[in-house]
Design a protein around this ligand. Structure first.
Ligand code: F6P
Length: 473
């Protein structure tokens, strides 16, 4: 189906209706202000047929009942079913028991003292979620442990960290769905060697008691000498980038405690339920997805800039970048045809106040065709609220409307639509909700583009060739 043709048709048919612009929709503290978009209510309701044509409700039901299949992998897509099910509750129980044993020093460090530091090692979906959560929930931390994140596989990163932590009192969490990812295994080998060299006396104890693996591949974990009691598994039918609601976020429980962790989970579950049950007009993920489809497939805007006006949410752009671009960065449809449509946009961003003093010049006066998600918090613990709110609205208005002045070089283009995604406050519940919101937006886009949002074959060849190159140099 050529979506562009359909959208053009909706737009033509809508011309003669005095349709109003879109307003805001809210669910439980999360609000989407859709008013800065070049789309009318009438066109939006016509776009509903894109969902019907692609059997959206049926596919959504399959997703929630563990019947959605990733056809190129011939396996279910289970992340929604798993996290709204007892399976996750059982895993949370196991995570909580382990957290309490470490917290209460029932599991001691190699010299009998308390473990006071946690290092989480992983890459992609095995770190972007936990790291974002760690920064977003800074104000909910119990400060019982110092926590660190390592991902790159470049020895400098882990080597710098080993100089700043007390290895003897550190718990190392190695997160990898496959447990075959080179970067993560390289870091493990570095730490293994470092401990053998600098703490030989304690090495065996540390490997057996202060090394934890989180994976879908427990066999591979055992090959790397992890002991069973320290292996936390999750189903392999959960795509890595959608594993934030699983043992992959064990470190976040160590940071914010069991109760806050459960509030985060409840936030995710409530937005899942909103997405599943709420009618089209007031369904946040569906509306966010359709706005994106309109911007990409009708207005040819292939750059989606995610701009959080919140220091706590500064890394949300990286998190959303993976779930969007690794999910919908596809050009082959579920019918194995080359798609007629543009799919995932270039998506990037960083904290708003940083952006407005750097690349926003190009956004305001360049030749790019962009659209924005501005994310901000309406109630803050600090007195930055007025400053951040003033700036996010200034940028959103000027990017949308532009500004003509008598000097061309001072005029602003405008023509850049945006959605203002606001949270009434930052809390474990609200962060859970916003994560689920973007995950379901990605699902909805994938259904309309008729692509498989849950495989990622495109990243495999690079790994194979890198191994070949490595064997030659
Ligand atoms: O190479 C891409 C990828 O497989 C992502 O899908 C995944 O999130 C990341 O690498 C890390 O993979 P793993 O969790 O298996 O180490």
């Amino acid at each position: 189906m050529d979506i562009r043709e359909r959208l053009k048709d909706y737009s033509t048919k809508s011309k003669n209706t005095k349709s109003t612009s879109l307003k805001t929709i809210t669910f439980n503290g999360i609000t989407l202000d859709l008013s800065r978009n070049f789309i009318s209510k009438d066109i939006m309701s016509k776009m509903k047929s894109l969902l019907t044509i692609n059997k959206f409700s049926e596919k959504r039901k399959r997703l929630f009942t563990n019947k959605l299949i990733s056809n190129t992998e011939s396996q279910q897509v289970s992340f929604i079913y798993y996290r709204n099910n007892q399976m996750y509750d059982k895993d949370i129980h196991k995570m909580s028991k382990f957290y309490l044993q470490i917290k209460q020093n029932k599991i001691k460090s190699c010299d009998g003292n308390k473990i006071n530091t946690i290092v989480h090692i992983g890459i992609g979906g095995s770190i972007l979620g936990p790291k974002f959560l760690s920064e977003a929930l800074e104000d909910f931390k119990k400060n019982e442990f110092a926590t660190y994140f390592v991902s790159s596989g470049d020895d400098d990163e882990i080597s710098d960290l080993t100089k700043n932590i007390d290895i003897k009192h550190t718990l190392f969490i190695f997160a990898s769905k496959s447990f075959k990812t080179d970067e993560t295994i390289r870091i493990k080998l570095f730490i293994d060697n470092y401990i053998r060299k600098h703490h030989a006396k304690y090495a065996d104890y540390i490997y057996k008691n202060q090394f934890v693996a989180i994976s879908s591949n427990s066999l591979e974990c055992k090959k790397h000498n992890f002991v069973s009691k320290n292996i936390f598994t999750f189903p392999k039918t959960i795509p890595g980038r959608f594993s934030i609601a699983s043992p992959v976020t064990l470190i976040n429980m160590f940071e914010v405690g069991i109760e806050n962790y459960q509030k985060f989970v409840n936030g995710i579950r409530s937005m899942d339920s909103h997405f599943f049950k709420t009618k089209f007009e007031s369904n946040l993920p569906i509306n966010l997805a359709l706005i994106n489809i309109w911007n990409i497939n009708n207005l040819s805007k292939y750059g989606n800039i995610i701009v959080p006006y919140s220091y706590r949410l500064r890394n949300i752009s990286n998190y959303i970048q993976q779930i969007e671009m690794e999910s919908n960065g596809k050009s082959i449809t579920n019918n194995s045809n080359s798609t007629l449509n543009k799919t995932a946009p270039i998506l990037f961003g960083t904290s708003g106040t940083e952006c407005q003093h750097s690349f926003f010049q190009a956004a305001h006066q360049g030749t790019l065709n962009l659209y924005f998600d501005f994310i901000y918090v309406r109630q803050l613990r600090t007195n930055s609220k007025r400053f951040l709110s003033a700036n996010v609205h200034a940028q959103a208005d000027l990017l949308f409307k532009g500004k003509k002045t008598k000097y061309l070089h001072k005029s602003l283009n405008g023509n850049s639509p945006s959605v203002l995604v606001s949270l009434d406050r930052i809390s474990p519940d609200r962060i859970g909700k916003i994560i689920s919101l973007y995950e379901h937006k990605v699902f909805t886009e994938g259904v309309i583009w008729n692509i498989n949002s849950y495989d990622q074959w495109g990243v495999e060849e690079g790994k194979i060739l890198a191994k070949k190159n490595l064997s030659k140099i």
